[in-house]
Design a protein around this ligand. Sequence first.
Ligand code: SF4
Ligand code: SF4
Length: 337
Amino acid sequence: MKYVTLGKTGLKAAVVSFGGIPIQRSDAANTKAVVDKLEQYGMNYIDTARGYTVSEEYLGAALEGRRDKFILATKSMARDKESMARDIQTSLNNLRTDHIDVYQIHNLPEKQIDQVFGPGGAWEALEEAKVAGKVGHLGVTAHSADALAKMVELHGDKIETVMFPYNIVENQGVETLQKAKALGIATIAMKPLAGGNLEDWELALKYIAASGLMDISIPGMGSPEEVDRNAAAAEHFGPLTQEDLDKCEAIRKELGTQFCRRCGYCAPCPNGIDIPQNFLMANYARRYGLADWARARYDAMPYHAGSCVQCGACEKRCPYHLPIRDMLMDVAKVFGR
Ligand code: SF4
Ligand code: SF4
């Protein structure tokens, strides 16, 4: 496994590290097996979040006795000082540790930046926790290129890590990520597989490693087999070949920009529709030749794309401004309901 220094934090992290979203669909025993594999391969950066339901707790239990072998990162959606101070303490308790290496503001939209970094904002709680030794380094995560640009421009002197989507089909943050790197801010690629839309995970991870733009990527991993798979991919990193570049171009042509990243920010739908799950099943049916498999799972879901009443509430929350209503109508056409 190759390691890189995470900018001005000085932390040394594995180029392919661990994203903890899938842990919330897992259990304590499986989480321990995943962490065993991470330790075996030296994939030492673990990212989770207050918002990933049980992820912090399961990871905390799995890290008992080996906490110091890992760099622990988590994040909170808190925007004010008091809530952030509470969340930091909850994270420390859940992760069963007295210090978290990287604590991040989770998915900060442009309109909340001034609040978070202003008086009484969440950043104050993070700085106090850092002084108290409860937190090592402070970072931000975002889904919007405008938000990332504003944060780096206004607060790049304070921010130590940024986490942003970057992959074969998403380059909207490139200019700001270059600026961040020049400021010594560590760059962490979230959504390396574009929310599950990229089938060729070896190429997807190699692409990010070869970019020179992102220090590490953190694919979500929910099973020991997925850790094996990603660790094996990291063994074959190197410059992109012409064949790789041609494949990337073909993927870009096929996917375009209007695809769901499965971030879940559009929820809740008042009609109970699991929006990303509907898109996922349609993708399986359309792209991967799994029509029968996908239809069975689609039929088993309690609410389908066809029950969308077009209220538009979800679209206001989608950070990628997807035309969810139109996209759901297409899904309903695929499955006929
Ligand atoms: S537009 Fe449709 S999917 Fe979106 S919140 Fe309204 S009912 Fe749900
Ligand atoms: S529709 Fe938008 S907000 Fe909802 S999961 Fe997909 S990308 Fe995220």
